[in-house]
Design a protein around this ligand. Structure first.
Ligand SMILES: *Cc1c(COP(=O)(O)O)cnc(C)c1O
Length: 852
């Protein structure tokens, strides 16, 4: 066909008694409340699918007749009233009582900055894990009722839509969204005028519009540069998520960081704690410093005050995952700004310099300098980040530096299949939703009869396989496969046959995730998948970044395997991985496979989604699984660390994976009792659900942030700011003094303690400290007592502070410690000194320490 195709939308009028559907369509709460979504899709399921699960578009396209019928239909109207009553109750709830001691909803406010947000497929401003995590964070913040706003960018084009052609090539398609189709409204002032803010780019101002999205209790503010007042080039800044080149990247990050702070100010908001979620948003620190400098504070004091109220989360141990800008790029965008900060270019560049890359400006480094509360996203990743970023605190042993961790979690109502939540409602009552922080509560999963548990899992799988079948057929027809081939591919996807062990692997195709590890021994794999009594199917899905060619080759490799005669119909590769496919996969398969190269998987969250649906994880002990695996809730592949040769590692781990499949997974799944199910499988599946639900949900994660990060940052920010920043000034001046005087500090031991004492006897340690111009109040002298571990490393278990006993003739200060040895038998001790000030956020934040 040729010629232009015109479109016309016939929009229905909403009857009075259903008028609030519009309100529901504009609250992203629909992304986690199935009741709300069902009001839409039951009106016209086909339309719901065809408009991409977008309630706003749906309401504009549903037929007047359907809407009128629904308005007359007592059952529908009852459901509508019930949903609204639940909705109103939700909105009227206050912050959970147990949080009041940490955050005051009247005075405190957390501002959460992130480059992407994945709440729902109808708001396509996310690419993958990071965005979905941010979406889950917002949802949990809403559920807990905390004072919280999120700040991000509004992209015309979200991440690409993926198809895979007949040769296994990934094709990226970009879809442009009309903003009036999204659940957003322009943020306005009290006169109803749109709020705009301006950021300065070289030689020109760039105007930004602020859009507002609502998600239950919280608001998400999104910045958009696509305004007629801007040049064509500037209108495109926020055009595409992670689009363009490094120039686009710095522009987007300036808009997010600097524009984001200005947007909050324009809205009249005064956050008390600021969360930088991944380095992309680090520039917000500079803008907050600029505000303080403009009000008369010097930069060093300003950054103390700003950092004290700031939380920074790093999400990847992969160096390429950190943004690094050339100094020339920085100077072209920031030369005026640096002047406003009162800094020299050199000092400014220092804020983003790491020892391993002196020539680049690293956003992770800026974020670390501009925050006092920092974390990785799992226990393992926290340690890796402590090491990787340890240069910020050069004299501190990395295990003790301020880098901590909060393990990621997922939003239960979003990712738990509604079949499970219905079952919980029935068996446990509606209140299970309030028990997500209560580990013991979830022991009652064991009360679900095994046969019901098994059959629910089977029916979720059967739904998934149906969906897989539809997708595979579409994909094949588009790629012009013959019908005979389609039959071969889908032979195991019959709606009547769900009893086939199904293993899922879906995530971004990045090489370190080793999607093809399973194929290292194809003959053995073929034998395992093709046992006629115990068949196994593998379902793969995922996108590779459009510029990641090795990642795209992985897709081709899987594609080729899926075409081999011995694997046809047994290995399926689905295109178009997105939130909606992810929700199905993580609830429908039997086993969720993950094979990252340790320690590259910072956390991983898809396995958590799988776990709460009773899917059993089979994964390398990396990321969250390092904490999640308890020996009874899944299988662990031993991780070999990076000191091993890569080929050796892959071989070892692949063999172990195939061994586990052959000797554990497959036999357990097919070990059937007289009722046709596997009791051992149900036990492990229940354990998987029971452990994932309370430990790895996003409410637990947000609570960890509240207690360990938001609340301390709020207190610290206030302490430094009060009395016109007196604390910040004092702290900055003290740090300056320390950095000038620290090099003259030294220690020597002057006691003659015996090498052995009797149990119950005390002994004394005396140390002479050369403090130069520092005073005993500026420092803490500490004794660590502990034992040697099996590698002869000293492990401290007890810490004791020395007391200063006045100056000696030499000018040194005498410190003493009287002590009854705390441990029995042979023990070791070490002595160290570090700067100490009551206004520090973390005792080692100065990064300085001297050992005797
Ligand atoms: C959860 C999720 C991810 C992240 O999962 P990982 O385990 O971190 O790979 C990525 N994409 C989608 C669509 C998801 O739902």
């Amino acid at each position: 066909m040729s010629g232009t195709r015109f479109a016309l939308e016939v929009q229905p009028e909403l009857p009075e008694n259903l008028a609030r559907l519009r309100e529901l369509a504009n609250d992203l709460l629909y992304s986690w409340d199935r009741g709300v979504r069902s009001l839409f899709f039951r009106l016209d399921p086909a339309l719901w699918e065809s408009c991409g699960h977008n309630p706003k578009v749906f309401l504009r396209r549903v037929s007047q007749q359907r809407i009128n019928e629904a308005a007359e239909d007592r059952i529908y109207v009852e459901a509508y009233n019930r949903v609204l009553s639940t909705y109103d109750t939700y909105l009227n709830e206050h912050q959970r009582k147990s949080i009041d001691e940490y955050l005051n909803p009247k005075n405190d406010l957390v501002a959460y900055f992130c480059a992407e947000f994945g709440l729902h497929e109808s708001l396509p401003i996310y690419s993958g894990g990071l965005g979905i995590l941010a979406g889950d964070h917002c949802k949990a913040a809403s559920d807990l009722g905390i004072p919280f706003v999120a700040v991000g960018l509004l992209y015309r084009q979200g991440y690409f839509i993926q198809t895979i052609d007949e040769h296994g090539n990934q094709i990226a398609h970009y879809k442009t969204t009309e903003f009036d189709q999204l659940p957003l409204t322009p943020a306005c002032n009290e006169n109803g005028e749109e709020l705009h803010v301006v950021v300065d780019f070289p030689g020109r101002p760039v105007q930004l519009k602020i859009w507002q999205a609502r998600a239950g209790h919280i608001k998400l503010y999104l910045l958009d540069s696509d305004l007629p007042k801007n040049s064509e080039a500037d209108r495109a800044i926020t055009y595409q998520l992670y689009g363009g080149d490094i120039n686009t990247r710095i522009q987007q990050e300036i808009v997010l960081g600097i524009g984001g702070v200005r947007a909050l100010r324009a809205l009249g908001l005064e956050p008390s704690a600021w969360h930088i979620n991944e380095g992309h948003a680090a520039f917000q620190v500079l803008e907050r410093c600029r505000e303080l400098v403009a009000s008369g504070l010097d930069f060093s004091s300003a950054i103390e005050q700003v950092a004290g109220a700031t939380v920074f989360t790093t999400h990847t141990p992969v160096p390429a995952g950190h943004d690094i800008f050339d100094h020339s790029l920085i100077s072209s965008y920031f030369s005026d700004y640096i002047e406003q900060l009162g800094l020299s270019m050199e000092d400014f560049l220092q804020l983003g310099t790491s020892p391993s890359n002196q020539g680049g400006f690293n956003q992770t480094v800026l974020a670390l300098h501009g925050s006092r509360f920092h974390n990785g996203v799992s226990k393992i990743h926290g340690e890796v980040a402590s090491q990787m970023e340890g240069y910020v605190w050069p004299q501190i042993p990395y295990r003790e530096n301020p880098m901590r961790h909060v393990t990621n979690g997922v939003h239960v109502q979003t990712f738990l299949a509604h079949e499970w939540s219905n079952l919980y409602d029935m068996r446990f009552g509606m209140e299970w939703r309030n028990e997500l922080l209560n580990e013991e509560y979830w022991d009652r999963i064991d009360e679900i009869p095994d046969h019901s548990f098994w059959s629910l899992r089977q029916s979720l799988k059967s739904e998934l396989l149906n969906q897989v079948r539809r997708r595979v057929v579409l994909q094949c027809r588009r790629n012009r496969c013959g019908e005979a081939h389609i039959d071969r591919i889908t032979k195991l996807l019959s709606p009547h046959e769900s009893d086939i062990l199904t293993i899922g692997f879906a995530r971004r195709f990045a090489t370190y995730k080793r999607a093809t590890l399973l194929f290292s021994d194809p003959e053995r794999l073929a034998r395992l998948l093709n046992d006629p009594r115990r068949p196994v199917m593998l379902v793969f899905a995922g996108k590779a970044h459009p510029s990641d060619l090795p990642g795209q080759q992985l897709i081709q490799v899987i594609h080729e395997f899926s075409r081999r005669p011995e694997f046809v119909g047994k290995i399926l590769l689905l295109e178009g991985y997105d939130l909606s496919l992810a929700r199905r996969l993580v609830s429908g398969v039997d086993v969720w496979l993950n094979t990252p190269e340790y320690p590259m998987e910072a956390s991983g969250t898809s396995g958590q989604k799988a776990g709460l649906n009773g899917v059993i994880n089979l994964s390398v002990l990396d990321g969250w699984w390092g904490e999640g695996y308890n020996g009874e809730n899944g299988w662990a592949i031993t991780s070999h660390d990076e000191h091993y040769d890569a080929a050796f590692r892959n071989q070892e781990e692949a063999n172990e994976l195939l061994d586990i499949l052959e000797h554990q997974v497959i036999p357990l799944y097919y070990d059937r009792n007289g009722h046709g199910f596997s009791e051992g499988w149900v036990r492990m599946s229940k354990n998987s659900m029971k452990s994932a639900l309370p430990q790895f949900n996003s409410q637990r994660m947000v609570m960890d942030y509240i207690k360990g990060f938001y609340s301390p940052a709020t207190r610290q920010g206030r302490a430094l700011a009060k009395n016109r920043s007196r604390g910040a000034r004092e702290l900055a001046a003290w740090k300056d003094r320390i950095s000038q005087l620290w090099s003259s500090v030294s220690l020597r031991r002057i006691d003659h303690s015996p090498r052995a004492v009797k149990a119950g006897e005390r002994f004394r340690i005396e140390v002479a400290a050369q403090l130069g111009k520092l005073t005993p109040d500026d420092v803490r002298l500490e004794c660590l007592i502990g034992k040697e571990d099996e590698h002869h490393e000293f492990v401290a278990t007890e810490y004791f502070g020395f007391t200063a006993e006045g100056q000696m003739d030499s000018g040194e200060t005498r410190f003493i410690l009287d002590l009854e040895p705390p441990l029995p038998g042979l023990q070791h001790f070490q002595i160290r000194i570090y700067p100490c000030h009551p206004l520090l956020s973390h005792r080692f934040e100065t990064g300085r320490m001297i050992w005797l």
